[in-house]
Design a protein around this ligand. Structure first.
Ligand code: UD1
Length: 356
C-alpha cells in the first residue's frame, strides 16, 4: 500500500510525526512525504523533522511567503505533478492549512481518495482562511477521521451521512505525539520563577494592527504581575517591529521553540495564553488552563467544560480572564480526545480498507 502525505506547516509536522512513527513498524505501507515549504525557517520546519524523527520528505516545494492565492495555486500545480508520478493509493492530509487545501484539490481532481485527519472541526467563522480550508477538504475527502464526537456531529449536521464518505471518531493525533515524545523524558522547569507562556500568530490578530495593539496592551498589563515567555512567529515579530509596538520589559521574546522545549514550557507554566488551535489542546493534555485570544474556537468542548476561556482581543477582557484564572477547572482527568492511540487506529482502518 502506498500513501502520499502532504505537510507544510508547523502543526502538521507535529501530527505527522506520530503517524509516520507508527507506520515504521508496518513494512506493508510505503509513505511518500511532500513538504510544501509553507513554513521554511529552520525553527519553523527543520527543527521539528530533526527532533521528532520525521522521515525526510521525498519532495520539497518552495511555497513559503506567498499570498494565499499564489501559495495555493503553486502547491496545486506541483502536487498534481507528484501525484501523477507516484500514483498513491490515497493521500493523507492534516488539519486546515493552505497545504491541506491544495493537497485536497489536487488529489480530488485526479480521483485519488483523500484521508483527512482532524476532520469535522468548525469555528463557524468564514473570515478565517482555515475555516474555508477545512470545509473544502472535508467535503472532498473519502475517509474522515474526527478527533471528537463533536467534530463528527458537525459533519452530520452538514449532511455528510448522505455523501460518499466514511466518518470515524479516533481521538486526537496530537495526544499521540505528546505521549510518544514526552512521556519517557524528564521535563525540567525551564524558568526559576513563575511565568506564562504566550503565542500570537493568527492572521486575524496580526494583520489588523489595532487588534494586535489591543491584545499586546492586555498582555502588557498581565506582565506587570508575572513574567511572560513569548516565543514569536516570524510574521508577528515583523509587525511588532514595523509598527514599533512596545512590549513590557517583563515579556521575554524568544525565537520559535522546538516541540519538546515548547511542551516543557506549557507543563511548567502558570497558564497558557494563545490564539493557536493546537496549543489549546496541548495545554489540556499537559493539564494547564488556557486563555484563548479569539472570539470563537473549533475546540468548543474545552471552553464548555471550563478548562479554557475565550477572551477575544479586548485588553480588559484579557486581563479579567487572567485575574479570574483560579475559577477555571483544574481536574484534567477527562478522556475528551481519546487515549493517544489515534495513529494505530487510523492505520488499522486504512489497512483493512485498501489491502483486502
Ligand atoms: C499557518 C496556517 C495556520 C496555522 C499556522 C501554524 C494557513 C492559512 N495558516 O499560518 O492555520 O495555525 O500555519 O503556525 O495555512 N513566515 C516566515 N517563516 C516561516 C513561515 C512563515 O517568515 O517559516 C512568515 C512569512 O512571511 C509568511 C507569514 O509568516 O508569509 C505567514 O505564514 P503562513 O504560512 O502564510 O501562515 P501562518 O500564519 O504561519
Amino acid at each position: 500500500m502506498k500513501i502520499l502525505t502532504v505537510i507544510g506547516a508547523r502543526p502538521q509536522f507535529i501530527k505527522a510525526a506520530s503517524f509516520s512513527h507508527a507506520l515504521k513498524s508496518n513494512d506493508m505501507v510505503e509513505e511518500v512525504i511532500v513538504h510544501t515549504g509553507q513554513h521554511y525557517d529552520q525553527n519553523m520546519s527543520k527543527i521539528f523533522f530533526d527532533q521528532l524523527n520525521i522521515p525526510h520528505p521525498t519532495y520539497r516545494l518552495d511555497s513559503g511567503g506567498k499570498s494565499h492565492a499564489a501559495m495555493t495555486a503553486y502547491q496545486l500545480c506541483e502536487i498534481e505533478k507528484i501525484l501523477l508520478l507516484e500514483l498513491p493509493h490515497f493521500v493523507i492530509l492534516y488539519g486546515d492549512t493552505n497545504s491541506t487545501l491544495s493537497g485536497a484539490l489536487s488529489a480530488s481532481k485526479l480521483n485519488i481518495p483523500i484521508v483527512h485527519i482532524e476532520a469535522g472541526l468548525r469555528s463557524f467563522n468564514n473570515n478565517m482562511p482555515e475555516e474555508i480550508n477545512r470545509i473544502v477538504t472535508d467535503r472532498l475527502s473519502k475517509i474522515l477521521f474526527c478527533p471528537s464526537q463533536k467534530a463528527k456531529n458537525n459533519l452530520i449536521k452538514e449532511g455528510f451521512e448522505n455523501f460518499d464518505s466514511e466518518i470515524y471518531v479516533v481521538g486526537d493525533i496530537m495526544l499521540d505525539t505528546i505521549k510518544l515524545f514526552t512521556d519517557n523524558i524528564k521535563l525540567v522547569p525551564p524558568e526559576k520563577t513563575p511565568y506564562i507562556i504566550c503565542t500570537i500568530h493568527r492572521q486575524e490578530n496580526t494583520n489588523k494592527i489595532e487588534r494586535l495593539k489591543e491584545i499586546i496592551e492586555g498582555i502588557n498589563k498581565i506582565a506587570d504581575s508575572i513574567k511572560i515567555i513569548f516565543p514569536i512567529h516570524p510574521r508577528t515579530l515583523k509587525i511588532i517591529d514595523d509598527f514599533k509596538i512596545v512590549l513590557n520589559n517583563n515579556i521575554i521574546v524568544k525565537d520559535p521553540m522546538s516541540y519538546i522545549e515548547f511542551i516543557n514550557h506549557i507543563k511548567h507554566s502558570e497558564i497558557v495564553i494563545t490564539d493557536s488551535g493546537g496549543i489549546q489542546k496541548e495545554s489540556f493534555f499537559m493539564k494547564k488552563n488556557c486563555l484563548v485570544l479569539r472570539e470563537e474556537t473549533e475546540w468548543e468542548e474545552l471552553v464548555d467544560l471550563n478548562y479554557n476561556r475565550l477572551c477575544g482581543f479586548n485588553k480588559d477582557k484579557i486581563l479579567k480572564a487572567f485575574k479570574e484564572r483560579k475559577n477555571l477547572r483544574s481536574n484534567f482527568n477527562s478522556l475528551l480526545y481519546g487515549e493517544g492511540n489515534t495513529s494505530n487506529q487510523i492505520i488499522e482502518i486504512l489497512y483493512n480498507k485498501f489491502c483486502d
